[in-house]
Design a protein around this ligand. Structure first.
Ligand code: GDP
Length: 194
């Protein structure tokens, strides 16, 4: 199970710029600063494939990365950052929802949540929206290295309860410690294969 090739493909600022529905896609969503860029970089084992934004919540494009020349990782702009202007927030919804809805090649959305805190209202709202649209959701609790080992299962159970997703379907992850990488990658790759 190896990522042998990963390259930036395209930034999309409006729905008419979306690439053709040709290859399987795995999208990544999460609140700004949750550790989304780090998680993608960790999966592909590249330090800076996805550039971490110095201004959280500023990115408003959907970024496509071509992986192993056979599927796309789709980095969605982070949501729920308080300081982001209303006009940027107003653009997030139509662009992101417009992409996610009826995307034939979309196999799953990896929903990234900060393991130190329970899922927020916006995390739960997005999960409900994805479920309503029958889009596969892979919940991942990241920065798990910051949670004491003895507390990890409790945080996982709390997330399970709030998201309404079985506890064994929730992944624990750390980009800095590479915890859970193989497991998550296996799940993702299996979804791109059939
Ligand atoms: P993004 O805005 O969601 O793309 O978040 P980033 O990937 O830029 O990460 C935000 C901050 O959290 C950065 O300072 C990262 O170094 C840190 N971070 C991300 N993932 C982890 C992790 O798994 N463990 C720890 N300890 N810090 C992390």
């Amino acid at each position: 199970l190896k990522i042998t090739h990963a390259e930036f493909y395209k930034s999309v600022y409006s729905l008419d710029q979306l690439p053709e529905e040709k290859l399987p896609e795995i999208a990544f969503a999460g609140r700004s600063n949750v550790g989304k860029s780090s998680l993608i970089n960790c999966l592909v084992q590249r330090k800076k494939l996805v550039h971490t934004s110095s201004t959280p919540g500023k990115t408003r494009s959907i970024n496509f990365y071509l992986i192993n020349r056979s599927f796309y990782f789709v980095d969605l702009p982070g949501y729920g950052y308080a300081k982001v202007s209303k006009s940027i927030q107003a653009r997030w919804r139509p662009l992101v929802e417009g992409y996610l809805k009826d995307r034939a090649t979309l196999r799953a959305v990896v929903l990234i949540i900060d393991s130190r805190h329970p899922p927020t209202a916006s995390d739960i709202q997005l999960k409900d929206w994805l479920q309503f649209h029958r889009i596969n959701t892979i919940p991942v609790l990241t920065k798990i290295d910051k949670v004491r080992k003895s507390d990890r299962q409790r945080h996982r159970e709390e997330a399970s309860r709030l998201l309404g997703i079985p506890v064994d379907e929730i992944f624990l992850f750390s980009s800095t410690e590479k915890i859970g990488r193989e497991e998550l990658l296996k799940q993702i790759v299996s979804l791109t294969e059939h």
